[in-house]
Design a protein around this ligand. Structure first.
Ligand code: NAD
Ligand code: UFG
Length: 338
């Protein structure tokens, strides 16, 4: 298939483009590079040995989208393009609703005008809010999000579901990611946060490479075995492969489907620090800090639906996740900057 990968220069998008190419699909990247670097294109080309078509464009720009869809024969869209910083979304709700919701509405409008009615959407475990039960299956009711970013995911799931209900020609697959970490084995593409990392693993790798002094552990009084937050970390390459499997489902005219993409295993913050230290041989100094607003005790998946219906299952364990995150950071201490 020929796939438009919106947000394809980002962390998960770049890894997915590699896996799509390796599975024999053609890809076209669309990205405004607001949270990524154009250098990633050359890195993907080096990994895959294939020339990558890309457009520097915004999903809010209907004219640009019209041109791309007229020129490229697109079969399906994988939609990663969105703003994703939780704390920033609390400060800039309008920007988040505009970019993520208005952007998606624009993209979907141009898609339907061009008869492209296949979409895989990057959703998040955040839509479960404080989950009603653990491990979280797709049947777990959606919850109250604690920030505008989370609401954009929850609302976009509803919007895309309603569009599919009204027009059965649409195939909509909502993928709810748990916590992606790790990087491609080559160590040439990876997560590249701008400024101070919000997420745990990039913060740890920046401490390891000497860019930050110590990790702040946000709370050790949660209702978990060691008191620190428990999450379902998943290797980004496994996550990327989940998209290739979801595309196969689209080819079977899936209709509307929802899948959790996680490993089903929960690790605490301290577990991650210890595993990272073992994998890298680098000590990570840390200090216990107050809880971060909006955080929950525990979040991990039951990913058996993806196994049964997509034939997908995460293959990498925590050791590979830590080793690969470290290789990327060590080889690229400043990410894609020189
Ligand atoms: P990322 O920021 O690395 O990638 C998103 C890409 O989209 C970036 O390259 C950015 O430049 C681009 N983009 C943003 N707005 C755009 C617009 N208006 N037009 C064109 N391009 C635009 O983020 P990521 O970690 O790769 O996440 C990809 C998707 O998965 C996002 O939608 C995110 O919300 C979702 N997600 C991420 C996580 C996570 O922990 N990383 C968890 C759950 C869901
Ligand atoms: N944490 C720290 N110190 C840090 C960063 C994080 O102790 O410097 C802790 C958090 O309190 C939490 C755990 O590490 O217990 C994981 O935090 P992350 O910020 O890495 O991830 P979250 O689970 O909070 O959220 C991430 C994405 C969300 C997404 C969610 C579920 O940021 O966008 O996973 O997919 F919705």
């Amino acid at each position: 298939m020929r796939i438009l990968v919106a947000g394809g220069a980002g962390f998960i998008g770049s890894h997915t483009v590699v896996e799509l190419a390796e599975a024999g699909h053609e890809t076209v990247i669309l990205d405004n590079f607001s949270n990524s670097s154009e250098k990633v294109i050359g890195r993907i080309e080096a990994i895959t040995g294939k020339k990558i078509t890309f457009y520097k464009a915004d999903i809010l720009d209907k004219g640009a989208l019209e041109e791309i869809f007229s020129k490229e024969k697109i079969d399906a869209v994988i939609h990663f393009a969105g703003l994703k910083a939780v704390a920033e979304s609390v400060q800039k709700p309008w920007e988040y609703y505009e970019n993520n919701i208005a952007g998606t509405l624009t993209l979907v409008d141009v898609m339907r005008k061009h008869g492209v009615k296949n979409i895989i959407f990057s959703s998040s475990a955040t839509v479960y809010g404080n989950p009603a039960f653990i491990p979280i299956t797709e049947e777990c009711p959606k919850g109250q999000c604690t920030n505008p970013y989370g609401w954009t995911k929850s609302m976009l799931e509803q919007i895309l579901s309603d569009i599919q209900k009204a027009d059965k020609e649409w195939n909509v697959i909502l993928l709810r990611y748990f916590n992606p970490i790790g990087a491609h084995k080559s160590g040439t593409i990876g997560e590249n946060p701008s400024g101070v990392p919000n997420n745990l693993m990039p913060y740890i790798t920046q401490v390891a490479v000497g860019k930050r002094e110590e990790l702040g552990v946000f709370g050790n009084d949660y209702n978990t075995p060691d008191g620190t937050g428990v999450r379902d970390y998943i290797h980004v390459v496994d996550l990327a492969k989940g998209h290739v499997k979801a595309l196969k489902k689209i080819e079977e005219n899936a209709g509307l489907k929802i899948y959790n993409l996680g490993t089903g295993i929960g690790y605490s913050v301290i577990d991650i620090v210890k595993n990272f230290e073992e994998a890298s041989g680098v000590k990570i100094p840390y200090a216990i800090k107050p809880r971060r607003a909006g955080d929950i005790d525990t979040c991990y998946s039951d990913a058996s639906r993806a196994k049964e219906e997509l034939g997908w299952e995460a293959e990498n364990g925590i050791r590979e996740m830590c080793e690969d995150s470290w290789r990327w950071q060590k080889n690229n201490p400043n990410g894609y900057e020189d």
